[in-house]
Design a protein around this ligand. Structure first.
Ligand SMILES: Cc1ncc(C[n+]2csc(CCOP(=O)(O)OP(=O)(O)O)c2C)c(N)n1
Ligand SMILES: [Mg+2]
Length: 621
């Protein structure tokens, strides 16, 4: 067997550089680069291999390891999982800084390869700097913390283990049902150890995205359930987007007169003005979607994980006769809510069901309801989009200005946490498929700036715009400096409402006083955070990193700032001061939270009573 003598890290780089993914006949390079921060745990091993010539992986120097992970997630998501990045760190604190991002990748089913450095396999320098040291088990290191958030985990303790580790890593990363974070821990001595690697391990490798074909029995069962239903209703999840099944969804809905509602992951798979698009569903959903959901007698859960918030799945489908048909490439999701599982690719399943159902002459009994409710909802969006707040600037108005007036139709909008994603799932009108980029599986504050850089790297010719809260920005924005370093044209719109306002809303809605969520100074009289609001100049903050900072307090200033931002060559931050509580609120939905059942405050006791009453309407499982 022909071999080549390389260090483990050199072989890893050579291997990653040779991975390709074929989807529907189109082959793309799968691993585009490596985001990371070196430390003693990787700089002389993996760092040496990356620094050498002879490969085409771009190294992006992150400023926090979590940001590196988020940038890689943003890249994979905006690439519709057809390309990805690896992320590396030193051992110990650098590795642990990546764990949150690994969780975000796994929950959102997005491929990211995490490569933390690890303690010495040989144990001679034991304990090495930054080693956790568990007296009960010498094999436990910081890298073990990735296990609960990884879909595949391995540690390469001998150079030859790299081969099985990486083949397994690629198996998981390229599998639509399995994908998520993959962690391959790299002990720092082993990275530099030489081994005679078989040349065939390093040869070009094309992975094939196999679209799982629905069986004849599955199609029959689905058709029977749809034919028995008067009001079928589709929940369109992220799986529909990743399967590129938007056209099949539109064709199905038009042919059989079936409406669909969008989850955060599925939104924007089909444009907003498709006549069957009810907009967002769930706690953060729109009126049309939530009203029709209550009448549905068949829910077709299509490529969705049925999260409690983004779909309100356990409460919303209140028709006692409602059945669930779960169409999902992941069996785990297809079985949810006691559904009839169709474990298959969304595109093929929809095409197969459409063909079989067409011969039956089936048409739902929704009648005019779909168009009527859509029209009522769009009128509501128009009114939200023109909201005036006396003496201030409304958050939802800013979204309206961006969506209806300022951004080009192909601009990619990115968000992930706070009140903005709720607003956007309800009101954002997607004009170009694939331009709505929401991380809402984990809703991880601090995803936004880094992911916007990742999305821009995936789509270098498109405007990419983060719309985010002041809390999320403050938590993690340092990849803005990386965007400056990369001359990446990203626009960060911070809607500053002086605090963690969506959590404040939740607190107030459960009868509790304002406590610990608004950003206020500690007040001498109360001893609490009840003083004056904190005022932060986010534009100045961005300028200190080398980005352009713009400010807006009125609609006119906001328009001028966005127009200017679109003309700039590099990163821009727009610091828009919005009036607190000028977000949207719920539309006929409910969310279960752990309200206190005993309290001196009668409003809290009442809220707990309301929870009990709402639970009467909810499904048990
Ligand atoms: C990493 C992380 N920590 C905490 C939370 C809980 N959380 C969700 S939204 C939020 C407040 C967000 O504040 P901001 O970004 O200003 O948005 P706003 O609610 O004011 O619109 C908090 C603390 C979270 N989602 N992610
Ligand atoms: Mg805020």
């Amino acid at each position: 067997m022909k071999t080549v003598r390389l260090t483990m890290a050199q072989a890893l780089v050579a291997f990653l550089d040779q991975q390709y993914l074929e989807v529907d006949g189109e082959v793309t390079k799968f691993v585009a680069g490596v985001f990371g921060i070196f430390g003693h745990g990787v700089v002389v091993g993996l760092g040496e291999a990356l620094a050498a010539e002879g490969h085409s992986l771009t190294f992006y120097q992150a400023k926090t390891e979590q940001g590196a992970g988020h940038a890689a997630i943003g890249f994979a998501k905006q690439s519709d999982r057809r390309a990805m990045m690896a992320v590396t760190s030193s051992l110990g604190p650098g590795a642990l800084n990546m764990v949150t991002a690994a969780g975000t990748a796994t929950v959102n089913r997005l491929p990211v390869l995490f490569l933390p450095g690890d303690t010495y396999a040989c144990r001679q320098p034991d304990p090495v700097l930054q080693q956790v040291e568990q007296p009960c088990d010498s094999n436990i290191t910081a890298s073990d913390a990735f296990k609960p958030v990884s879909k595949y985990w391995d540690r390469v303790s001998r150079p030859e283990q790299l081969m099985t580790a990486m083949i397994n890593a690629m198996r998981v990363l390229t599998d639509p049902a399995e994908t998520g974070a993959v962690t391959v821990a790299l002990p720092q001595d082993v990275q530099g150890e030489a081994y005679d690697y078989p040349v065939e391990f390093l040869a070009k490798r094309i992975h094939h995205l196999e679209r799982r074909i629905p069986s004849a029995g599955q199609i029959q069962r689905a058709v029977a359930m749809i034919r028995a239903a008067k009001r079928p209703y589709i929940v369109c999840g992220g799986g529909v987007r990743y399967a590129a099944a938007g056209p099949e969804l539109q064709a199905f809905c038009a042919k059989f007169h079936v409406p669909f509602a969008e989850t955060q992951g599925g939104k924007g798979t089909v444009v907003w003005d498709d006549p069957y698009n009810l907009s967002g569903i769930g706690t953060t959903g729109a009126l049309a979607a939530n009203r029709l959901a209550k009448e549905a007698d068949l829910v077709i859960a299509l490529g969705t994980r049925l999260g409690d918030f983004a779909t309100c799945s356990k409460w919303l489908f209140q028709n006692p006769d409602c059945q669930v048909l779960g169409i999902n490439v992941a069996a785990f999701d297809a079985y949810k809510m006691n559904g009839e599982p169709i474990i298959a690719d969304a595109k093929l399943a929809l095409a197969g069901i459409t063909e079989a159902l067409a011969g039956t002459g089936y048409r739902s009994e929704w009648g005019e309801t779909i168009q009527r409710e859509r029209a009522i909802w769009q009128k509501e969006v128009d009114s939200l989009y023109s909201q005036e707040v006396p003496g201030g600037l409304s958050q939802v108005r800013c979204l309206g200005e961006l969506n209806d007036r300022l951004l080009p139709a192909d601009a990619i909008v990115i968000s992930g946490s706070g009140s903005i994603p709720s607003d956007m799932q309800r009101v954002w009108r997607v004009r170009t498929p694939g331009t709505y980029h929401m991380e809402y599986g984990f809703s991880c504050m601090g995803y936004e700036v880094a992911a916007t850089l990742g999305a821009r790297l995936a789509c270098p010719d498109r405007p990419v715009v983060a719309v985010m809260g002041d809390g999320a920005y403050t938590m993690l924005h340092t990849e803005l400096l990386t965007a400056v370093q990369e001359s990446a044209k990203v626009i960060i719109v911070v809607l500053d409402n002086a605090g963690f306002q969506c959590i404040d809303n939740l607190q107030i809605s459960q009868g509790i006083i304002h406590f610990g969520n608004e950003w206020r100074r500690r007040e001498a009289g109360t001893g609490r955070l009840t003083g004056a609001s904190l005022e932060v100049d986010y534009a100045k903050n961005a300028e200190s990193w080398g980005a352009k900072g713009l400010r807006a307090r009125t609609v006119e200033e906001f328009r001028a700032a966005v127009r200017q931002a679109l003309l700039e060559d590099g990163p821009v931050l727009i610091d828009a001061k919005v009036t607190a509580k000028s977000m949207t609120y719920g539309y006929e939905s409910w969310w279960r939270v752990g309200t206190a059942q005993v309290s001196d405050n009668p409003a809290v006791v009442q809220a707990a009573q309301d929870v009990k009453e709402q639970l009467e309407k909810a499904r048990k499982f």
